[in-house]
Design a protein around this ligand. Structure first.
Ligand code: UD1
Ligand code: UDP
Length: 365
């Protein structure tokens, strides 16, 4: 039973690590790993393979950066050749990036079963490229694995056969739980001279925040105000660095904002674990904050991960500077120990995915 596992962008590496490990418990499965090359910088890709012990990709499509159409089309063309050269019983894709939908379309059109991990999440915001990728990938998948109850409800509302949908927990949290102690052994806190709960962490990369200079300027204004009360560490995504440079924002960051290169998974996990608060527009970081009980301000109007709000970890604050600063003040007064952990976020999602996949593929043989 050959299963091709696809990764392309930073969050995909974190999600695939426990899945690749779980296949080794199933002797009948031959897992292949395909890297599309959507992310390629050492600090956005290779570092994660090393830190998380992910096997070297069997194939790297080396697509790199481009417009949506060129990137998606490039991945599709290259992945079609991969599937011709390596016929497979199933293709497994994770998350919501361009690599996810590109390989998904190729698989189903070649008659190969498609498995989507992290299915059903919906922001209901079709201006987000990820929302398009999610809706389309789910609509063509044969097996859909959900992280939270809202995913099941969304898929059922869209008319997807309930027999294909399974609530399994969260592979990103599998990786977190496996690596939390290793993260504590890194020297990142000492290197950055940080003390527990004495700082906040910022990440930004959503086009709606960073590609619009006005929006980005407003966010920097809010961060400057916040940083006078809580020093901020800002590992900056390459997309954001380009936009911030163009907008002239990098020459005058606030005194207490430290902009650094993206950091490795273990270092980032440690930074989030010890922070007083996170300010971010990331998808996955909302979930990591929930389990680490570190409050998260999400600089977006919506979230596809509503459970992170329901459990008390996450607040949606958009990108208006006044709203961000007000929410910051509120969260500084809150008690993070009251944050609750969603069902099945227990470190065993990948095992459930592997077992159910084998069962379904054997049954349809
Ligand atoms: C992509 C995903 C997004 C995900 C994010 C995770 C899509 C549509 N977007 O956004 O859903 O949340 O990854 O980080 O799939 N760049 C580099 N080096 C790299 C990678 C990118 O310099 O290794 C720069 C390039 O200028 C590139 C830009 O970042 O044009 C954007 O990269 P891209 O992969 O297109 O989108 P992300 O913003 O990273
Ligand atoms: N992350 C990291 N180093 C960083 C920033 C983020 O290792 O400097 C990790 C973070 O812990 C999470 C993942 O990258 O597991 C989230 O990726 P990102 O925010 O780029 O994508 P999204 O989840 O929004 O798709």
């Amino acid at each position: 039973m050959r299963i091709i596992n696809v990764v392309g962008a930073r969050p995909n590496f974190i999600k695939i690590a426990p899945i690749m490990a779980a296949w080794s418990g199933h002797s009948g499965v031959e897992p292949l790993l395909v890297h599309t090359g959507q992310h390629y910088d050492e600090k956005m890709s290779d570092l994660f393979f090393r830190q998380l012990g992910i096997p070297e990709p069997d194939i790297n499509l080396e697509i790199g950066s481009a417009s949506h159409a060129r990137q998606t089309a490039g991945i599709m063309t290259a992945f079609e050749k991969t599937l011709q050269d390596h016929p497979a019983d199933a293709v497994l894709v994770v998350g919501d990036v361009n690599s996810t939908i590109a390989c998904g379309i190729v698989a189903v059109k070649m008659g190969v079963k498609l498995i989507h991990v992290e299915a059903g999440l919906r922001s209901f915001d079709r201006d987000m490229p990820e929302e398009i990728n999610r809706v389309l990938t789910d609509s063509i998948s044969n097996l859909l694995f959900c992280t939270e109850e809202s995913g099941i409800e969304n898929l059922q509302r869209e008319g997807i056969d309930p027999g294909k949908i399974h609530l399994v927990g969260n592979v990103m949290i599998d990786t977190l739980l496996r690596n939390r102690e290793r993260a504590a052994e890194t020297a990142v806190m000492e290197d950055l001279k940080l003390t527990e709960s004495g700082y906040g962490v910022v990440t930004l990369h959503r086009p709606s925040n960073v590609d619009n200079p006005e929006a980005l300027r407003g966010i920097f204004e809010a961060l400057n105000t916040i940083a006078t009360r809580l020093p901020l560490i800002f590992p900056m995504h390459p997309r954001t660095r380009k936009s911030a440079e163009t907008a002239g924002l990098l020459s005058t960051p606030g005194e207490h904002i430290r902009i650094i290169e993206p950091v490795g998974y273990l270092e980032f996990l440690r930074l989030v674990d010890c922070a007083r608060m996170i300010l971010s527009d990331s998808g996955g970081i909302q979930e990591e904050c929930t389990v680490l009980k570190t409050p998260c301000l999400t600089l977006r109007e919506n979230t596809e991960r509503p459970v992170t709000v329901e459990t008390g970890a996450n607040r949606l604050v958009g990108n208006n500077p006044d709203v961000i600063v007000k929410a910051f003040s509120d969260v500084m007064k809150s008690d993070p120990s009251e944050i609750r952990i969603p069902p099945l976020w227990d470190g065993r999602a990948a095992e459930r995915i592997a077992s159910k996949t084998v069962e379904v593929l054997q049954a349809t043989d």
